[in-house]
Design a protein around this ligand. Structure first.
Ligand SMILES: C[S@@+](CC[C@H](N)C(=O)[O-])C[C@H]1O[C@@H](n2cnc3c(N)ncnc32)[C@H](O)[C@@H]1O
Length: 333
């Protein structure tokens, strides 16, 4: 059994067949073949039964899943593919959304022994419906086979801060009369209009007729947590969002995250800052920095704070963890 290249050690292959390493040994989910090798049990993953397996079997190269990924899976059905995603993200979590109560019963049964699967009976066109049960995720995987598939993916990625999206498009679900190629182009275009970068549009033939998998990524953003020499941190006031936030924005091509945060900080606040270190917090990067000097009027009002103000554009909880991290980085260096 060898690793399927480009899958971050999560998918395996032998003699042209795909496998995932079972986190629930001894159990079949849909009569798949089980193989034991060197103390591990592998479940064969049939590309005619699962579009994610079809994507990998046809050479799919943009694969964002890791062992610790947090995945929001839309259109879970009775869990065929979800069970393999549950093996793949063995140290992560799968929120599995399905609106058919019949399929949902099978999902619930499967989740009794697969502890990283959280079944949710809900409509994926209304992502706010399950915000009580879903935290931020890394990847949204969508296979809902209904109209507006690209926007359903984008709405869920926006709501749950996902960096990556995998979208199974069934041409006939979008428009029975249109040519499949037109439907695929239109879906790709919708994702681009919504601000995502499309990495791959791959036909799933010969396993699925008139289907593609589209893999999209949210452009990277980065923000700076900047300290002055008395230990206060800087925030800028965003007039449209009506709140204080850290200076930051999109990482342009050829820029590192720190370079982007330093540039955005200068544009927004007028302060030249020195980047100390950065870290990936999932949907974006954060750069710990210290003030060098003020050189111009920024685009926004900037102010230094001892504690997080009440009026914020974004999540307070995130700031409560990144500010202490950035402070310790600045003090250490
Ligand atoms: C093609 S099947 C999914 C197969 C499954 N992904 C697999 O590989 O095992 C599509 C599923 O999406 C569900 N579905 C369609 N629209 C939905 C929506 N708006 N919200 C939740 N589930 C939806 C359907 O009930 C169906 O079970």
């Amino acid at each position: 059994m060898e690793e399927r290249t480009g899958t971050n050690g999560t998918v395996f292959c032998e003699r042209g067949r795909l496998y995932t390493r079972s986190i629930d040994p001894g159990k079949r989910v849909y009569s798949e073949r089980l193989v034991s090798i060197a103390g591990s049990e592998y479940r064969e993953w049939n590309p005619s039964r699962s579009k994610l397996a079809a994507y990998l079997s046809t050479g799919g190269a943009s694969y964002p899943l890791r062992k610790d990924s947090r995945v929001l899976y839309l259109g879970a059905a009775n869990g065929t593919t979800v069970s393999h995603v549950s093996d793949i993200v063995c140290d992560g979590i799968v929120y599995a959304v399905e609106f058919s109560s019949r399929s949902f019963r099978d999902l619930v049964r499967m989740s009794e022994t697969r502890k990283n699967v959280n079944p949710i009976l809900a409509d994926a066109t209304n992502p706010g419906e399950y915000s009580f049960a879903v935290d931020k995720v890394d990847v949204v995987y969508s296979d809902v086979a209904q109209k507006n598939q690209a926007d359903i993916l984008a709405d869920n990625m926006d709501m749950y801060g996902a960096r990556f999206g995998m979208l199974c498009i069934k041409a006939r679900s979008e428009d029975v009369a249109a040519k499949p190629e037109e439907v695929f182009d239109m879906s790709k275009h919708r994702l681009q209009v919504r601000g995502f970068k499309v990495h791959e549009v791959r036909s799933l033939e010969p396993y699925e007729k008139d289907h593609v998998m589209i893999v999209a990524e949210r452009p990277r953003t980065s923000y700076a947590v900047v300290f002055n020499d008395v230990g206060q941190f800087m925030m800028v006031y965003h007039p449209r969002r009506k709140g204080w936030e850290m200076p930051g924005g999109k990482v342009e091509s050829g820029e590192s995250s720190s370079e982007a945060a330093v540039r955005e900080c200068l544009e927004e606040s007028g302060y030249v800052v020195e980047a100390i270190s950065d870290k990936d917090i999932g949907y974006c990067d954060v750069c710990a920095a210290r003030v060098v000097k003020k050189v111009s009027e920024g685009e926004m009002e900037s102010r230094f704070f001892d504690s997080i103000p009440d009026e914020l554009s974004f999540d307070r909880e995130e700031y409560e963890s990144v500010i202490p991290w950035a402070r310790s980085e600045v003090l250490r260096n």
